[in-house]
Design a protein around this ligand. Structure first.
Ligand SMILES: Cc1cc2nc3c(=O)[nH]c(=O)nc-3n(C[C@H](O)[C@H](O)[C@H](O)COP(=O)(O)O)c2cc1C
Length: 161
């Protein structure tokens, strides 16, 4: 199974977990970035990112290359923003709907608490996928590294090998 991890990370937690997962699975990675970066400090960070997620924005992305025919599986990696996936992920899915159709889909969500419960369902609806193969929810894995997170990453990867 050829796998790519498509992800967005503002503060490095999703990036941290994606790199571990990609290494374990031998997967490729595609990090997407909005053309206009969200503020990443203080109150503005929560205000603008949260507002954008709640409004269902699809911010323009920096140029990327997605060779979909090379992959059977896509793992989406996203921080949880206001209980949903980060807007750049929405843009990517919207721009690549046809290319994503028929692939196996898994999900990595990083949050600082809860908020990830409905994420798999939301991604599934957006992609119009029949199922999500595996879901991994981690609490700030870079800022709060612990054995429990490592165990969960192993478990997730073992479902995908
Ligand atoms: C705009 C914004 C909204 C957030 N909303 C939530 C939330 O609803 N629930 C939660 O538990 N954490 C929330 N967080 C915290 C992040 O999901 C969490 O710190 C995550 O690990 C960050 O991933 P990153 O370092 O890859 O950007 C939010 C953070 C930001 C910046």
């Amino acid at each position: 199974m050829r796998t790519v991890v498509v992800y967005y990370s503002m503060l490095g937690n999703t990036d941290y977990a994606v790199k571990k997962i990609a290494q374990k699975l031998g997967a490729d990675i595609l990090r997407i970035e909005p053309e206009k970066a969200y503020p990443d400090k203080g109150f503005k960070k929560f205000f603008w990112g949260g507002k954008s997620a709640v409004m269902g924005d699809t911010p323009a992305l920096m140029p990327y290359s997605f060779e979909s025919e090379s992959y059977d599986r896509i793992i989406f990696g996203t921080p949880v923003w206001a209980g949903t996936f980060a807007p750049p992920i929405k843009t990517f899915i919207t721009e690549n709907k046809d290319k994503i159709k028929g692939k196996k889909i898994s999900l990595l969500a990083c949050s600082s608490g809860g908020g990830a419960d409905k994420l798999a369902g939301k991604i599934k609806n957006l992609i119009e996928a029949t199922e999500i193969e595996a879901t991994l929810h981690l609490i700030d894995p870079k800022d709060r590294p612990n054995e429990e997170n490592d165990r969960k990453i192993d478990e997730f990867c073992s479902l995908l090998t």
